[in-house]
Ligand binder design. Sequence first.
Ligand SMILES: Cc1cc2nc3c(=O)[nH]c(=O)nc-3n(C[C@H](O)[C@H](O)[C@H](O)COP(=O)(O)OP(=O)(O)OC[C@H]3O[C@@H](n4cnc5c(N)ncnc54)[C@H](O)[C@@H]3O)c2cc1C
Length: 454
Amino acid sequence: MGTIEDLRERTRGQVFTDGDEGYDEARRVHNAMHDRRPRVVVRCENAGDVMAAVDFARSNELDLAVRGGGHSVPAFGTVDDGVVVDLSGMRNVRVNPVSRTARAGGGATWGDFNAATHAFGLATTGGIISTTGVGGLTLGGGIGYLDRGLGLACDNLISADVVTADGQFLIASEKENDDLFWALRGGGGNFGVVTALEFKLAPVSMIYGGPMLFEMADAAAVVAGFRDMIGDAPEQLGGFPAFQIAPPLPFIPEDRHGDVFALIVGCWAGELDRGETEISKFREFAPVVAESVGPMPYPALNSAFDALVPPGLQHYWKANFVTELTDEAIQAHLRHAPGLPAVNSTVHIYPINGACHRVTPGATAFAYRDANFATVIAGMWPDAADNDANIEWVKSYYDDVAPHSESGGYINFMADDDQGRIRDNYKENYDRLVEVKRKYDPGNLFHLNQNIAP
Ligand SMILES: Cc1cc2nc3c(=O)[nH]c(=O)nc-3n(C[C@H](O)[C@H](O)[C@H](O)COP(=O)(O)OP(=O)(O)OC[C@H]3O[C@@H](n4cnc5c(N)ncnc54)[C@H](O)[C@@H]3O)c2cc1C
């Protein structure tokens, strides 16, 4: 299949090339630092469209980018002069309340997913922002409020529909193409385009939680307190410590807007009437300056911080796994966190123990099953003129915490200059991932990702 006209004919969804109405909107991704001009964007509506787009890219030897929710910080979902498989036309989520499963299109966001499952009082581990894609987040692992109790998002994956580099459609599960299924759970977008994902769900409906703000002077006690209690805390308790500039929200005293705070964002997903008791444990670490904590539907917490990360910001992030969050590591955080460059920027220290640890390191591609935390230094700001200074802030922060961390970091939080750390990210699973890559994508058609070279 050679020409764009052939591609248009074979495709049910829209095909955008430069000059077409909607091209500029279709080429845009969340991170405005990467303003690329693809040869063609295919807004796929079904697996057949994806097969056509993959065939078109392969036969024309064009770079191929895959986009779900578009949140990739290195902007893997777009490419200059190549083909973009845009899955935003495939966002349907179907829930089976009897089997407690849900099947999401490859372009669904967590907002789409949670809205559909919440109607049945069900949920699974997903991201903390509703506009992030289910596909990209799950394939990289998937960290969120519910992971201590339910495992990572990828641990709840039952099967995936996949279009591979040769344009074939496969189902991957424990029963079929189990090598591919293993690799998809942590290996990112290296193995094909996932057109649908099937998850198991758990009864989670109302949660008790929200953000609590503490003075930076108390930050060491707050982070250490969280570290010391979360290892043995009930697994229904999720959330994370963070550093954040106070946005102008009514629950924060007006004269403190713009100040940097240590935060704990809590999420108790067990029996609602135990929520206040469980969340109160955080209040013992230090006096709370402001809080917005209470009962709410799980999707409300999942979208509570969306306004801080609108499309169009500049993003540069760095990440590490942490086995022992030492007092020295916390001090390293405290040297840099006060310099947070914008209200959009944040640093999160996610606990990934509990159910995440009960999966053995070799059971899925996600290897860091003994890490207790996944840290992200998420630099986000509105003005491109600040890029050099703010990238430097992220890098020097990272350089200071890295000696207190593992060599690998969570691939979904890593930058485009982290390709040298891929082997570290997968540790003993790396060689097996290369084998699966050689089988399903020997020509490395899917190379715009944290790449596992064949
Ligand atoms: C504001 C924000 C909040 C975030 N919060 C969290 C969080 O709470 N927890 C967490 O774990 N991560 C979080 N992340 C990181 C997130 O997991 C990654 O950015 C992830 O890649 C986003 O997936 P996406 O589908 O939105 O991105 P896209 O840019 O669309 O995709 C990124 C890459 O993933 C692969 N991919 C995506 N969909 C598919 C598919 N259907 N088939 C095959 N490959 C696919 C492709 O390689 C693609 O290039 C966050 C990111 C941002 C920007």
